[in-house]
Each structure stands twice: as C-alpha cells, then as structure tokens.
Ligand binder design. Structure first.
Ligand SMILES: Cc1cc2nc3c(=O)[nH]c(=O)nc-3n(C[C@H](O)[C@H](O)[C@H](O)COP(=O)(O)OP(=O)(O)OC[C@H]3O[C@@H](n4cnc5c(N)ncnc54)[C@H](O)[C@@H]3O)c2cc1C
Length: 403
C-alpha cells in the first residue's frame, strides 16, 4: 500500500475531525489566543515539517532552512515576557510544543533548547545585562542556546556533576565534560553547570568559539536522528565573572528550570501521541485485509479507543498543569508526574500505532516510526521515567529512594 495523501503530509488535521473527535469539548478549555497559536504552529508543521522529515531522518540531518519560518511563528521565548519573547500563556506555549512535536520531535528539541532551556533559564536566573545581551537574539532564533547539565558519568545523578569552575581574578576557569547537549555544536551560548571552588553549583554562560571549548555531534542515533546532541569538552575555558548566572545558587535553582522544561516534555509527548494515533487511524481506515478495512476489526478498534482515552487524559493533565503554572501554583512534583505519565502513555500509543501500520510501520515515509523512536529519547530525558516516578514517590511517602 502506498502512503495516502495524509501520510504524505497533505492532510491538515483538525481536533474537530473524526480523526480526533473532541468528545469532552477540550477545545472549550482554551482561550481564543491559545487556539490561534495552535492553528498557526499546526499549519507550519503540516506544510513545512511533515513533508520533509522522512528524508531528514534517512540522512540524519537537521533542516536548518526551516529556522527563519520557525522564528516567524512568534512563539520563541514561550511564556517569557519582554526582550522580544512571545509571552504566551503556559497552555499556549504547551500547545505550540505539542504541534511542533506532532510535526517532528527534533524540530521541537531544536526549538526547546533555545526557547525552553536557554531563554527561560537566563530570564529567570540571569542578570539584566545577560538578559539584554542574549534573549532578544534568541527570541528571533538568530542566536541559539544550549543547556549543559548532563555529564558522561552523571545523568540521573546530575546533582553529583564534576565540572569545575575555579575563580582566578575576575574570571572563572572551567574544566569538565558534558554529554547529550541539545544544539551543543550550533549554539551561540551554552549554559554550563559547574561547581565553584566552594563546591557551590553555578550556571556559566560560555560562548561558542571560546578557547578550550570543544563540541562534537553525537552520531549513530536511533532516535531524534535529525536532531543535534553534542559531547562537550571544557579544557581550561575562561569566562568573565559577569558570565555567571546570579540567580543560580544551588541545585534547586537548576531543578526549577528543569521543571519548566518537564512541562514542555509532557506536551511534547502529547504531540508524538497525537501524530501516531492519527497516522494509525488514517491507515486503518484505508488498509484492507480479509476483504475489509482493518479499522473494522474489534482488536484494532480496541487499540484506537484506548489511544483516544489516553490522549484525552494527557490533554486534560497538560491543560490543568498550564493553568496551575499561570496561577503560580505549579509544583516541581506536578511537572514530574505529568512528564512521567505522558511519556509513558505516548510511548505505549506509538508502540500500538506502529503495530497497526504493520510492516509499513517501520518505514519513515509512514511517519509513525519517527514518533515511536523519538519517544524512546523522550522517555529518558528531562528525568528518566524512574527518576520522575521517584520524585513523585518521595512526595507521597515522605521517603527519598534516591538521595
Ligand atoms: C536526545 C537527548 C537529548 C538530551 N538533551 C539534553 C540537554 O540538552 N542537556 C542536558 O543536560 N542533558 C540532555 N540529555 C541527557 C538526559 O537528560 C539524560 O540522558 C537523562 O538524565 C538520563 O541520564 P543517563 O542517560 O546518563 O542515564 P542514567 O542516569 O545512567 O540511567 C540509566 C538507567 O538507570 C536508571 N536509574 C538511575 N538511577 C536510578 C535510581 N536511583 N533508581 C532507579 N533507577 C535509576 C534510569 O532510570 C535509567 O533507566 C539528553 C538526552 C537525550 C537522549
């Protein structure tokens, strides 16, 4: 069976369509502005992203030609106000993340490294001078950012990171290694997390090209293939004292930045789940076996019905998380629960969708495989499933199982 028009990226989905019946009137929970942001980003993903991503995956190359159009969407900076940022509501920013991921996960991580990680961290923890220097250019995606926390020997236990920032006069000298850093090779500025001579954690703005900084792209990936993740070596990198983020005083400040990004990943998971569900349903309606569309078989319908139930639950959770964030009531634990729950559900949905699309389900041109493979990375980053589960477990039992 050849991919249908929809699978070629010609179909523009609609929450009111029969592909996604909005049984609970979730659209009514969104403001007009939020719906408009969703439609704008959806149109971009449908027209610009979906048609080219199979090829990008095959070649493992990021489509940089899309960056000006991505910038023109006016969503960069997420909820940050001023400095040329979008100043969206948390739900609006989430819907944008969802629609980018529905297009492709690497488009979302490329965008998220600058918008979610770098801008958000500098806006919340940076000095006025740092904000003015970096945020406006990043909000236009003319400058790119990265967030370097993970190290080769410290992922889940990032709190034990070993990178050092030693004070020498009015400079810091940074030594260490980082791994898996989104946009690490292309970012103009990398926020490097390191311990100072007093063993206190700090965030340091390191500009690309600084002597001693080496970045190399991680290749051979089975997930996020067009995305850019890097290994970074900091060999005596010197940055001025003013490049230290004044608001980052302990690991708690880092986890605040991570909580915001975890919300984005909950929405990202929803985007992957929606894409996989829609592709599986469209395929099931067209593909015939035993003389009938496979959509008419009870076992296929059962899978699709469960996907829809999970997507609806994920959506509700995301919307309420966003409303809590807007009211200043969102907790780190809620962000962990949402990330854990949505990544788990989306991973299962992508697995079932892959199954429904049969052998074609492993081909890039049928799209499900991209989302299925990306959910493996999503399941692991921004706190693995287990780590987020232990954060929730600590909250409900009063016992920490991991520190
Ligand atoms: C595509 C991608 C993009 C990324 N982008 C960034 C980025 O931009 N910046 C950045 O800093 N990092 C980034 N990361 C790193 C990511 O955050 C880490 O991969 C993640 O934190 C897990 O660390 P790890 O890979 O070292 O796995 P490990 O920590 O080694 O975990 C391996 C396994 O052990 C389990 N485990 C560990 N500790 C416990 C425990 N106490 N109890 C139970 N189980 C446990 C984990 O759940 C997991 O199943 C990215 C990763 C990927 C794959």
């Amino acid at each position: 069976m050849e991919p249908s028009g929809w699978l070629q990226g010609e179909y523009v989905s609609d929450v009111h369509s029969t592909l996604y019946p909005d049984l609970f009137g979730l659209d009514g929970l969104l403001t007009g502005k939020e719906r408009e942001v969703r439609e704008r980003v959806r149109a971009f993903s449908d027209a610009e992203v979906i048609p080219i991503m199979a090829d990008c995956w095959e070649r493992g190359e990021f489509p940089f030609q899309l960056v000006p159009k991505l910038a023109a969407l006016g969503i960069c900076g997420d909820t940050t106000k001023g400095y040329g940022c979008a100043g969206l509501s948390p739900v609006g920013a989430g819907l944008a993340a969802m629609e980018l991921a529905r297009g492709d996960g690497s488009i979302y991580t490329f965008f998220g490294a600058t918008s979610g990680f770098a801008i958000n961290t500098i806006a919340n923890l940076g000095s006025e001078g740092q904000k003015e220097k970096w945020i406006p250019g990043m909000a236009r995606l003319e400058k790119l950012g990265a967030f370097a926390l993970t190290e080769p020997e410290h992922g889940s236990d990032a709190v034990m990171l070993e990178t050092k920032a030693r004070r020498e006069g009015d400079e810091y000298v940074i030594e260490g290694e980082k791994r898996w850093i989104g946009n690490g090779t292309v970012a103009d500025v990398i926020i490097v997390w390191a311990r100072d001579e007093n063993d206190e954690l700090g965030g340091f703005l390191v500009e690309q090209g600084t002597p001693g900084l080496t970045t190399s792209e991680i290749t051979g990936k089975a997930s996020k293939r067009p995305g850019i993740q890097a290994d970074i070596t900091l060999g005596g990198v010197r940055v001025p004292e003013k490049n230290r983020l004044p608001g980052a005083k302990s690991f708690k400040d880092t986890t605040k930045a991570l909580a915001v990004v975890r919300c984005g990943v909950a929405w990202e998971s929803l985007g992957h789940a929606l894409a996989a569900y829609e592709a599986a349903l469209a395929y099931a309606r067209e593909r015939k076996q035993f003389g009938r569309p496979i959509a008419s078989f009870q076992l296929v319908q059962d899978k699709l019905a469960k996907m829809l139930a999970d997507i609806t639950a994920m959506f509700l959770l995301c919307i309420q998380l966003g409303r809590h964030a807007e009211a200043g009531k969102m907790t780190d634990v809620a962000a962990s629960l949402a990330k854990m729950n949505n990544a788990r559900m989306a991973r299962r949905i992508c697995l079932d969708a892959r199954d429904i699309v049969g052998g074609n389900g492993i081909l890039y041109e049928y799209h499900v495989a991209r989302h299925w493979a990306d959910m493996e990375a999503v399941y692991t980053y921004e706190g693995t499933d287990s780590i987020n589960s232990l954060i929730v477990g600590r909250e409900i039992t009063g016992h920490s199982a991991f520190s």
